[in-house]
Design a protein around this ligand. Structure first.
Ligand SMILES: [Mg+2]
Length: 419
């Protein structure tokens, strides 16, 4: 089987969302996704990685990951290239599962579990307006979650009060205002519902330390990104100020950035975003790394539907997954317009996708939309990324002489990476 072409699809309605479809000569199509700066990621796929992958065997996922990463990490590794790798990696796993006629979690080691508890991030889409409603009717929002069997949620009470001073000053009366909804929830429901706090990296360290101390009696499930995870030492100071676990972080890229937070007591929960940090291949490794430090992972998802499927396969096959993010406003809203089937959440648990591969497909109608932008790479070419690697090689005649001069070199050893 070879990769015959790579296609990207985005729609004007969701300008940050990018789907990629990896087509093979057998007719099997793999689906991947990423989010943010979609036109830039689209360029990374078609200008750099598409020409590398067309004509190659899609089953060599680890080799493709390593090659793409090594060919782009000279410029750092947190940018559009990594989101491109993430989307392509998910599509290759989808092909792998479909080829073997197994759900991806079966290929990753099999089911540790067949459902995973979710928490609802309060979103807004269509007639579901949890994100607004929690301010004027927090008790009503929690009632409606509990009615669906959902017993955990995430809110961002302090974002609004950081706006005026960009998080540099925390006024006492502002904090009282911000914590009113959570106090009402605790007064009414006690600990019947877990509540996580997402700070979206809006505060400086001393204010974040005040917030975690003030919220201690309200017993949040975790604090997430009250400060930006740029410095694990600052993060460790924040963790040392509270008994509430700190979660880090959707902004950390690959095992290499996660390692710094896992090993330095900067957090107690690892929260990778699969479609940003390197795909299924990388989150599996991050999960194993966290497990060696007895830390759980809680995959981040507040973006597209393919990420939910990909994270579900991680969650079913990885022992130390704690809980998965979920957004019912998106799930019941626009996810249905783009993919089929949609995933299933029942009684507060996401059920294992049981179809071969990822378990979902892009609806044909997405490509027919008037606001769809589609690009295809179908030619195998030498990417400049590969040719750049050869600048340091000797002339071809010398390479040939070198290769034929010993039995070992002429025996057909090939580079781990593409040559
Ligand atoms: Mg977050």
């Amino acid at each position: 089987m070879i990769i015959s072409n790579i296609e990207t699809i985005r729609v004007g309605q969701f300008p940050d969302l990018l789907f990629t479809q990896v087509h093979t000569d057998t007719g099997i199509v793999g689906l991947g996704e990423t989010w943010y700066a979609a036109p830039t990621v689209e360029s990374a796929i078609h200008d750099y990685f598409g020409p590398l992958l067309v004509g190659r065997n899609p089953s060599e996922i680890e080799r493709h990951w390593q090659t793409m990463f090594r060919l782009s990490d000279h410029a750092g590794y947190g940018g559009a290239e990594l989101r491109a790798i993430s989307a392509l990696d998910v599509a290759l796993w989808d092909i792998k599962g479909q080829t073997l006629q197994l759900p991806i979690f079966e290929v990753l080691g099999g089911g540790m579990r067949h459902r995973i508890k979710v928490y609802n991030t309060l979103g807004v889409y269509g007639n579901i307006t949890d994100g607004y409603d929690v301010w004027n009717d927090p008790v009503g929002v929690v009632h409606s979650l509990l009615d669906e069997g959902i017993t955990a949620m995430k809110m961002s009470p302090t974002d609004f009060i950081a706006r005026e001073t960009d998080g540099q000053i925390l006024f006492n009366d502002d904090l009282d205002f911000a914590l009113k909804p959570l106090r009402s929830i605790r007064d009414k429901f006690g600990m019947e519902i877990d509540v996580a706090n997402d700070g979206h990296a809006k505060w400086n360290l001393p204010n974040a330390m005040r917030i975690v101390r003030e919220m201690e009696p309200l017993r949040p499930m975790w604090h997430e990104e009250l400060i930006s995870p740029l410095n694990e030492v600052a993060h460790a100071r924040l963790q040392s100020a509270t008994s509430t676990p700190i979660a880090a972080a959707e902004r950390l890229m690959t095992r290499y950035q996660h390692r710094r937070f896992i090993e330095s007591r900067a957090a107690m929960i690892t929260m990778p975003d699969l479609t940003w940090t390197g795909g299924i291949s990388e989150v599996k490794k991050i999960g194993i790394l966290a497990s060696a430090h007895q830390m759980p992972i809680a995959p981040h998802d507040c973006v597209g539907p393919v990420n939910m499927f990909a994270c579900a396969h991680i969650a079913m096959s990885t022992p130390n997954v704690m809980i998965m993010e979920y957004n019912r406003a998106l799930h019941k809203g626009w996810y249905n317009d783009l993919i089929e089937p949609n995933f299933v959440v029942e009684d507060g648990y996401l059920l294992a996708p049981n179809e071969p591969g990822l378990g979902t497909r892009l609806k044909q109608s997405v490509k027919d939309r008037r606001d769809a932008i589609i690009r295809v790479s179908d030619r195998k070419e030498e990417s400049w990324l590969m040719s750049r690697n050869r600048y340091t090689y000797p002339p071809q005649a010398m390479q040939d002489e070198f290769t034929s001069s010993t039995p070992r070199r002429s025996a057909g050893f090939s580079s781990v990476y593409y040559d």
